[in-house]
Design a protein around this ligand. Structure first.
Ligand code: MGP
Ligand code: SAH
Length: 251
């Protein structure tokens, strides 16, 4: 005889309860599966800070699922793939010095256009990740990876274009209403452009969307005569992601 029991405020017999529990388990399983699809897995090393970028992972690297590697700074700093493609298209080619290469977002797109890339990063782990990521895109052989400080290496380098996407001070950069060039790391924008100009006047800088545009234009006046100059807004899925300044022949 079925025993009537009260569970969760619902009256049910033991057989009804079994099927009720089965249904509950199924719903739980489905919910867990859905959450797995929506949430980054802990085994991927995704911190709460990185989670927002993880949701944009295919905009960052369309081949993300093939084994792309990034650390926390890599996640929030990598240039979205479409923007990096744009930078590569506008660079004009030759030998590109990527002074702050990170996990390789830009270097890979320069290399995909068969340009020779010198990819520098001060962090050896980033260079390893960039190298891994370049392998996934099949362009490792176009890139010379160097672990080092761009400011120290610049006087020794030769190249046709210098690409600069330095640290902006972390994701809190956007809290600033007006991002001034002294906030760039490890040195301000003026020092950065001056050092890069020792290599070539053809310079591309990827900067925060809230950057002080008057200051960016002033950078072109560091040279006499002033460098050709142009700025561009870079959107992904309708969202403004950053601003690119083009100097010299890239403008
Ligand atoms: P974001 O503003 O932190 O993200 O970075 P998002 O998703 O636009 O934030 P939202 O909440 O405002 O919508 C946007 C893009 O800027 C990133 O995808 C990176 O390409 C670039 N970026 C962000 N940071 C903090 C850096 C940085 O320090 N250095 C460089 N070179 N690029 C950065
Ligand atoms: N464009 C890159 C992201 C660059 S983030 C991409 O798409 O992946 C900025 C990088 O500058 C970080 O990886 C950081 O390690 C590196 N960096 C900081 N100081 C540096 C220096 N003095 N010389 C070279 N690299 C530096």
């Amino acid at each position: 005889m079925a025993v009537e029991e009260e569970e969760d405020g619902i009256h049910c017999s033991s057989s009804k309860r079994r099927s009720h529990n089965r249904k509950k388990r199924k719903v739980k399983k489905k919910r867990a599966k859905r959450l797995k699809m929506l949430k980054p897995s802990i085994s991927e090393g995704i911190s709460p800070l990185v989670s927002k970028y993880w949701h944009q992972r295919y905009n960052l690297f369309s081949r993300y699922d093939e084994g792309i590697k990034m650390d926390e700074e890599g996640w929030f700093s990598v240039t979205p793939e479409d923007v990096a493609i744009r930078h590569a298209e506008r660079s004009g080619g030759g030998t590109i010095i990527d002074g702050f290469a990170g996990v390789g977002g830009n270097a890979i797109q320069f290399a995909r256009m068969s340009y020779h890339v010198v990819a520098i990063d001060v962090d050896p782990q980033k260079v390893l990740m960039a190298c891994n990521n370049a392998k996934i895109y099949g362009v490792k052989d176009y890139i010379d990876f160097i672990v080092g400080d761009f400011f120290q290496l610049a006087p020794l380098l030769k190249g046709d274009v210098v690409f600069l996407s330095p640290p902006w001070g972390g994701p809190s950069y956007c809290k600033m209403e007006n991002f001034t060039l002294d906030l760039l790391k490890p040195k301000d924008g003026y020092s950065l452009l001056q050092v890069a100009q020792r290599i070539t006047p053809n310079i591309i800088m990827f900067l925060p969307r809230n950057v002080d545009l008057n200051q960016v234009e002033e950078l072109s006046w560091l040279s006499s005569p002033p460098l050709h100059f142009e700025v561009e807004e870079n959107y992904v899925d309708g969202y403004l992601k950053g601003i690119t300044a083009y100097f010299g022949d890239t403008a």
